[in-house]
Design a protein around this ligand. Structure first.
Ligand SMILES: [Zn+2]
Length: 192
């Protein structure tokens, strides 16, 4: 499953197109602080976990905007389905690899992490984030009532993935889950 995803150029292109749409919406609005016009001010990223040649140069930039008004110049960063907060690993991997790691121990868990060039401690950090940090965010409090019956917090993120695109492929569910979680990436949520 993970190999198929890593090699699926169409999936990564789809996420890029979704991000372009999210950026277009954000860029068409005014600065939320002062009402000034927004100018494009993307910033560089070096995402890890997937071969850069496969991702293409579009993945080396995170969509972002800067207010054009002197004295404000604040940054507006739209939600993203590709970049998960400040994490260096792509959001799709934070979701899918965390789900695949559920129930794995020892060597199998380390082997899974190695497939994306991560260490077992990275997976452990993600596990704690899903179970402890995410449920405490304002985002989660705002959306959890849309997830009825409630998702099992001790089974995140698999319990979340199962709610999306019933009958669809894992990749469909993953894309839906990333879209659902995208507001987290715009809030600059602490997701180390
Ligand atoms: Zn402004």
């Amino acid at each position: 499953m993970l190999h198929a995803l890593l090699a699926d150029a169409r999936f990564w292109q789809l996420l890029h197109r979704l991000d372009e749409d999210l950026a277009a919406t954000a860029g068409a609005a005014r600065c939320p602080h002062c009402g000034g016009a927004l100018h494009r001010g993307d910033y560089p990223r070096k995402p890890r976990g997937v071969d850069r040649a496969r991702l293409g140069p579009a993945y080396e930039r995170r969509h972002s905007f800067c207010c054009s008004r002197d004295g404000c110049r604040r940054r507006v960063t739209p939600p993203s389905v590709r970049f998960f907060g400040r994490r260096v690993f792509l959001g799709a991997l934070v979701v899918l690899v965390s789900a695949l790691a559920q129930g794995l121990t020892g060597k199998r868990r380390a082997g899974l992490a190695a497939q994306i060039g991560a260490g077992a401690q990275t997976l452990e950090r993600w596990r704690r984030w899903w179970r402890e940090a995410l449920p405490a965010t304002a985002f989660w409090h705002a959306v959890r009532d849309r997830l009825l019956p409630p998702v099992a917090l001790d089974q995140l993120p698999q319990s979340l993935l199962e709610r999306f695109a019933a009958g669809g492929s894992t990749i469909d569910r993953l894309a839906h889950a990333l879209h659902f979680l995208a507001p987290l990436s715009a809030l600059g949520a602490p997701v180390r």
